[in-house]
Design a protein around this ligand. Structure first.
Ligand code: NAD
Length: 291
C-alpha cells in the first residue's frame, strides 16, 4: 500500500513556486500578491486562511488579509471585492467560504473579476473548465490531479467514482478526470445523496474520491482491492486524548481502507495541503498573466 503524501508533495510544489518567484524578482517583476477576505470568526475558516497566508510567506508572495465582522452587510462586502478588483497591486484574491446566511455567496463570487479569481469559482472560470479552455481551476480538484500525476497513477481507461457533487470539488473533479489528457481519460461516475446501490458502484472503482463531509463514510467493504483512494473530507470529531478535545478525520475509514487499497491519502496531510499549493500556483499564474 502506498501512502500518498500530500504534505510533502505540497512542500515540493511550494519550493518550485518559490524558485519561480525568485526568477520573477530577479527580472525586476514584483512579488505575486494574494489577498483573502474572511467574514466572521468561524475557527475552521480562520485556520484555513491562516495556512494560506503562511504559505504565501513561505514562497515569497505578498499577502493581505481583510477581516470583516460576521454582521457585515452584503453591499459592504461587495464594495471590498470591488476595491480588490481595482487594486493594481493585488494579482488574485479569495473570499473564504462559508459566508454568513444573510449574504448571497453566489452574488459575491460573481463579483470577483475572473482574472483575479484564483479560487476558480466564478462562472467564467467554471465555464472555461467545462469546455477545456484555459482559466483558473478550483484548487482542490487541481491538487488531486497533481497528486495523481506526481505519483504516476495510471488513470487512462480507469473507472473513477466520485462521491459528492459540490461545485468546488465533486463536479469539477468529474470534468478534469474525464478530459482527454494525462492524468485523465477516466470513465467517471458521480455519486451523490440520491445515488442508489452506492456500495456496488464504489466497489467497481479503480479510483475512488470521497468528498462528502461525513466522517468515515467510506468503509473497507466499499473498496475494490488495489484501488486508489482519495479522501477530500475534513471533519472534526471528538477526541478526549487531545488537548483541543477533537481531531480532524476524513470521509474514509483510513485503517480499514488501508487494508485493501493500493494507495490512499491520509487526513490530515493528504488533499488539504495540495489545495493550498494549487491556490499559490493559481496566484502565480494570475501574476504572470498580468505582467
Ligand atoms: P458539500 O458539503 O457541498 O456536499 C456534500 C456532498 O456529499 C453533496 O454533493 C451530497 O450529495 C453528497 N452526499 C451527502 N450524503 C451522501 C450520501 N449519503 N451518499 C452519497 N453522497 C452523499 O461538499 P464539499 O464542499 O465538496 O465538501 C465535502 C468535504 O470535503 C467536507 O468535509 C469539506 O470540509 C471537505 N473539503 C476539503 C477540502 C480540502 O482542501 N481538503 C476542500 C473542500 C472541501
Amino acid at each position: 500500500m502506498t501512502l500518498i503524501d500530500g504534505k510533502s508533495t505540497s512542500l515540493q510544489i511550494q519550493d518550485e513556486i518559490k524558485s519561480l518567484v525568485e526568477v520573477r524578482t530577479k527580472r525586476g517583476q514584483k512579488k505575486p500578491h494574494l489577498a483573502a477576505i474572511i467574514v466572521g470568526d468561524n475557527p475552521a475558516s480562520r485556520a484555513y486562511v491562516g495556512h494560506k497566508i503562511k504559505a504565501c510567506e513561505r514562497v515569497g508572495f505578498e499577502s493581505t488579509l481583510i477581516e470583516l465582522s460576521e454582521s457585515v452587510r452584503e453591499e459592504q462586502l461587495l464594495s471590498e471585492v470591488e476595491a480588490l478588483n481595482n487594486n493594481d497591486s493585488i494579482d488574485g484574491f479569495i473570499v473564504q467560504l462559508p459566508l454568513p446566511d444573510h449574504i448571497d455567496d453566489q452574488k459575491v463570487l460573481e463579483a470577483v473579476r475572473p482574472e483575479k479569481d484564483v479560487d476558480g469559482f466564478h462562472p467564467v472560470n467554471a465555464g472555461n473548465l467545462s469546455l477545456g479552455l484555459p482559466g483558473f481551476q478550483p484548487a482542490t480538484p487541481a491538487g488531486i490531479m497533481e497528486l495523481l500525476k506526481r505519483y504516476k497513477i495510471e488513470t487512462s481507461g480507469k473507472h473513477a467514482v466520485i462521491i459528492g457533487r459540490s461545485a468546488i470539488v465533486g463536479t469539477p473533479m468529474t470534468l478534469l478526470l474525464s478530459r482527454n489528457a494525462n492524468p485523465g481519460n477516466c470513465t467517471v461516475t458521480l455519486c451523490h445523496s440520491r445515488t442508489q446501490n452506492l456500495e456496488e458502484i464504489t466497489r467497481s472503482a479503480d479510483i475512488l474520491i470521497a468528498a462528502i463531509g461525513k466522517p468515515h463514510f467510506v468503509t473497507k467493504s466499499m473498496i475494490k482491492p488495489g484501488a486508489v483512494i482519495i479522501d477530500v473530507g475534513i471533519n472534526r470529531i471528538p477526541d478526549a486524548s487531545r488537548k483541543s478535545g477533537n481531531r480532524l478525520t476524513g470521509d474514509v475509514d483510513f485503517e480499514g481502507a488501508a487494508e485493501v487499497a493500493g494507495s490512499i491519502t491520509p487526513v490530515p496531510g493528504g488533499v488539504g495541503p495540495m489545495t493550498i499549493a494549487m491556490l499559490l500556483r493559481n496566484t502565480l499564474q494570475a501574476a504572470d498573466q498580468r505582467a
